[in-house]
Design a protein around this ligand. Structure first.
Ligand SMILES: Nc1ncnc2c1ncn2[C@@H]1O[C@H](COP(=O)(O)OP(=O)(O)OP(=O)(O)O)[C@@H](O)[C@H]1O
Ligand SMILES: [Mg+2]
Length: 439
């Protein structure tokens, strides 16, 4: 006789718990708090497969049950995405669970790290106060697909439910969350990209039609016009990145111009190809971009901080401003690394310490700091002079006390208080305020 359901094998990456205390002898749908006190409820997208979330201290993990072959495949795909530094949830391990009657008497349970501070699209749509992010969704999805396609990732199932959004200094960064149907290639053909776009359009339109039956969509997010608009944004960005320039040999400054323009869009340029064309009097220039994390890398190298791309670009602007001020004050050139150190020590850390004392611990420090900066610009614009960081922090604290932003200010020891399951809404998220009155 086959023994009953239970854990057959567990393959885990280092640096995580062993998960042996979980009730593996039960199907995921039957995990309840009585048998699994680690169970937590988080806002989530729709899914065909059973998915549960468990917490080990401040760390939350997602567990998803799948047929074994599908689970193995998704595991490999997520590993591949991580190796290629593409934005997706991070896989932690794969369990093989004995289930008599299943093919091979086994199923897979895929373990991923819960993407902190992430919002499923339903939360973006159902919570007042998050309206301003809804349209940003179009750009972030287009940008995610461009990045994945540049990295050779054919998704095969891009949908609203399969993307998670993180706030990024007033914009959104999108992450892929579901890779069962995906393929990794050295490079995608135009046909593969086209197919992925068609799937995205069908899924997004379907997702919005379902949502429109439940909530009122903003007029700018029409059920049928939204997906084509994501495609348009995708195509514009793709064309910009892959644009070829024709130069004459004396125009080398245009090479630097082009690289700077791509960097400003956040793309890092890995290689530049220059090929003589025609009679040799002209050069064709093609740039190969490696990722869209130019500012993230630069900020990390200078300060050790991990931030999203737009947050990093804003923070680096502040570092550069400080460099200019120091250069003026000292009457000599100050390296960016020195300015970065001073900025971290004199602005970033003290501001966050003050905010922590006043408002409690932050879930996303870089985002919080960016919101203070945004508030500073708002106040300065109104006062028609630079009001300074201290005034901005005070004003921001008052604003937050009136309209708390719980998704950003969470306790590190008690993850996700008050977050409820499956409805996609959180009572604490409902009152979330825009980061400043300007929004
Ligand atoms: N690591 C994670 N971090 C945050 N949320 C997650 C994570 N993994 C899953 N989720 C949430 O759970 C939902 C379901 O997960 P997923 O899309 O992987 O399931 P699925 O059953 O394969 O979906 P589909 O029906 O598209 O095949 C997601 O929409 C997302 O909201
Ligand atoms: Mg899914």
């Amino acid at each position: 006789m086959t023994p009953p359901r239970g854990l057959n094998a567990l393959h885990l990456h280092q640096g995580h718990p062993d998960f042996l205390d979980l009730p593996w002898y039960l199907p995921l749908e039957e995990w309840r708090l009585e048998v699994c006190p680690r169970l937590v409820e988080v806002p989530r997208g729709l899914s065909r497969h059973p998915v549960v979330f468990v917490s080990y201290g401040a760390h939350i993990y997602a567990l998803k049950e799948l047929p074994l072959s599908v689970g193995r495949r998704e595991y490999e795909m997520l590993r591949g995405l991580e190796e290629r530094h593409l934005p997706a949830v991070t896989v932690v391990g794969l369990a093989r669970v004995r289930v008599p009657g299943e093919p091979g008497d086994e199923v897979a349970i895929l373990l991923t790290q819960y993407l902190p501070s992430s919002l499923p699209y339903r939360v973006l749509f159902m919570n007042k106060g998050l309206e301003r992010y809804r349209e940003r969704l179009l750009d972030s999805m287009a940008s995610l697909l461009v990045r994945l396609h540049l990295g050779g990732f054919f998704w095969g199932d891009c949908s609203l439910s399969n993307v998670l959004f993180r706030r990024d200094a007033g914009e959104l960064q999108a992450y892929a969350v579901d890779a069962e149907t995906s393929e990794l290639h050295p490079k995608l053909s135009d046909g593969q990209r086209e197919l992925d776009l068609l799937i995205m359009e069908e899924n997004v339109t379907g997702g919005l039609a379902d949502l429109a039956a439940m909530v009122e969509l903003p007029p700018t997010l029409d059920v049928y016009a939204t997906a084509p608009s994501i495609r348009q944004r995708y195509e514009r960005l793709w064309a910009e990145i892959n644009k070829e320039l024709i130069l004459t040999p004396g125009e080398s400054y245009r090479i630097h111009e082009r690289i700077r323009a791509l960097n400003e869009l956040g793309f890092s340029v890995g290689e530049v190809d220059l090929v003589a064309s025609g009679d040799g009097s002209q050069l064709r220039m093609r740039t190969i971009v490696t990722d869209r994390e130019y500012h993230r890398h630069q900020l990390h190298n200078l300060t050790g901080l991990v931030a999203e791309e737009r947050q990093a670009a804003l923070l680096l602007n502040e570092v550069r401003e400080l460099k200019a001020t120091l250069t003026r004050e000292m009457n000599r050139s100050v390296p960016l690394s020195v300015a970065a150190f001073r900025w971290l020590d004199e602005r970033f850390r003290p501001t966050l310490n003050k905010l922590e004392r006043e408002l409690g611990p932050a879930a996303d420090e870089a985002e919080l700091y960016c919101q203070v900066l945004e508030h500073k610009w708002f106040l300065s614009e109104r006062a028609k002079r630079d009001v300074g960081l201290e005034v901005a922090v005070k004003g921001y604290v008052t604003l937050r006390r009136e309209q708390p932003a719980p998704a950003l200010l969470r306790s590190a020891t008690e993850p996700l208080p008050g977050v409820v399951a499956n409805t996609g809404t959180s009572p604490t998220d409902k009152q979330e305020a825009p980061s400043s009155e300007r929004s």
